[in-house]
Write a protein of this length. Structure first.
Length: 402
């Protein structure tokens, strides 16, 4: 890797590293947060998915107004400030601050595929590996910080990472032009776009539920608490090599249906094991679920490729995948959580997770099928609303037959 590639790849890694610790760290510190009552804890657990979905849908409009670099830098400033502000007061400030944190994360996540683009495999690997590192660090480092200080410092400490990234984020090239970005509904007509979106939503659902449920399922089955926590750590650590393998596989033009099977089948084995005999081989079930977490890398690497390298389509496709995908994940996670609360049992909920994995396989086959979203395949858009009346009149006169 030459110097011209190493620096921007390092910036991409830093940006991706900011996307997970604020969320996974909150889940890890939640038992120590005195102000988080039962209702507040439930909101904090479900909030990231919903807010990330809304933030992802807002990203194209902000990008069109301010440009990619300025949007990313503003999101980093918001991320750093919100992580500090949410620990400075009571439960209301904690909830509002977490919502702002998730908005900032969604904006950065939606812009990153534009910055990565089709430059090289190195950029895609840096992006996906940084997500796995951030998830693992948030879940493992935050409890250590909390144990040596307090939950407030454990959550606020990650603001330093965002602050360090702000001055270097402007070193990347400005991604797409600010005009001519297709509307969401035009890209949504593509089967590939819908497949990527649904697949991302269902992968996020399983990942979200695994991080939240795995230790509790194992402990209820009689597994010691320290072993249950170590199984979660194993699950997240095994996701790291998958974050490297998946982009490498895709850039090598390997068979994508085979990759899809490698990602989905181990997760099915892990969930089935938790359903039938959770205490029999907890390490094996955790390993299978960890391999399945690489499905996120499949989507993130595919966004720019499925947009045929067109930065305008990449903007809208990334917003659709992140925005609608997280909203799908929020609905699925909420339903599974409500079923668990109603039945007070893991059995029905785990069956529902298996159904989600089946849907993930179906959506995945639509997402990996050959083809891309090309500008000539999109329906014509209406004249932008920002044109004034004189511009509309001039356009209509120019189009009259002579």
């Amino acid at each position: 890797m030459d110097r011209g590639t190493a620096w921007p790849a390092g910036v991409v890694f830093l940006l991706g590293l900011n996307l997970r610790p604020a969320v996974t760290g909150l889940g890890a510190a939640l038992p120590d947060i005195a102000t988080a009552s039962g209702a507040v804890a439930a909101v904090l657990v479900a909030l990231p998915l919903w807010v990330c979905g809304i933030g992802g849908l807002l990203a194209p409009r902000l990008q069109a107004m301010k440009g990619t670099q300025r949007t990313v830098r503003a999101a980093l400033v918001l991320l750093a400030a919100a992580q500090v502000a949410r620990v400075a007061g009571g439960p209301v400030l904690l909830v509002v601050g977490t919502a702002l944190v998730c908005v900032a994360i969604a904006l950065i996540a939606t812009m990153l595929p534009l910055l990565v683009g089709g430059k090289s495999t190195v950029f895609s690997v840096c992006y996906t590996v940084s997500l796995g590192c951030g998830s693992t660090a948030g879940a493992l480092v935050t409890p250590w910080i909390v144990g040596h200080s307090s939950w407030r410092f454990g959550l606020a400490a990650w603001a330093l990472l965002a602050a360090v990234t702000i001055p270097v984020a402007g070193r990347l090239d400005e991604a797409p032009p600010r005009s001519g970005i297709p509307r969401l509904r035009t890209v949504a007509g593509s089967r590939v776009a819908r497949g990527l979106t649904v697949y991302f939503g269902l992968v996020s659902t399983v990942t979200f539920l695994v991080m939240g449920w795995l230790p509790a399922i194992l402990r209820d089955a009689g597994v010691p608490a320290d072993v249950a926590g170590a199984c979660l750590s194993l699950c997240m650590v095994l996701g790291l090599p998958m974050m490297w393998l998946v982009p490498w596989w895709l850039h090598r033009r390997r068979s994508q249906p085979v990759l899809l099977a490698v990602l989905v089948l181990p997760s099915m084995v892990g969930v089935t094991g938790l359903l039938v005999a959770p205490a029999a081989a907890p390490w094996l079930w955790a390993a299978g679920l960890g391999v399945g977490m690489g499905g996120v890398a499949l989507v993130l690497t595919s966004i720019h490729r499925r947009a045929a390298g067109n930065p305008r389509i990449t903007t809208t496709l990334s917003a659709m995948v992140h925005g609608c995908g997280y909203l799908i994940a929020g609905v699925c996670a909420l339903v599974c959580g409500l079923v668990h609360s109603a039945t007070q049992s893991w059995q029905v909920s785990l069956v529902m997770v298996l159904i989600v994995l089946c849907g993930q396989a179906v959506a995945g086959f639509n997402a990996v099928r050959p083809g891309s979203i090309r500008p000539d395949a999109l329906p014509r858009q209406r004249v932008p609303d920002r044109l004034d009346r004189a511009d509309r009149f001039s356009a209509s006169v120019a189009c009259r037959p002579r």
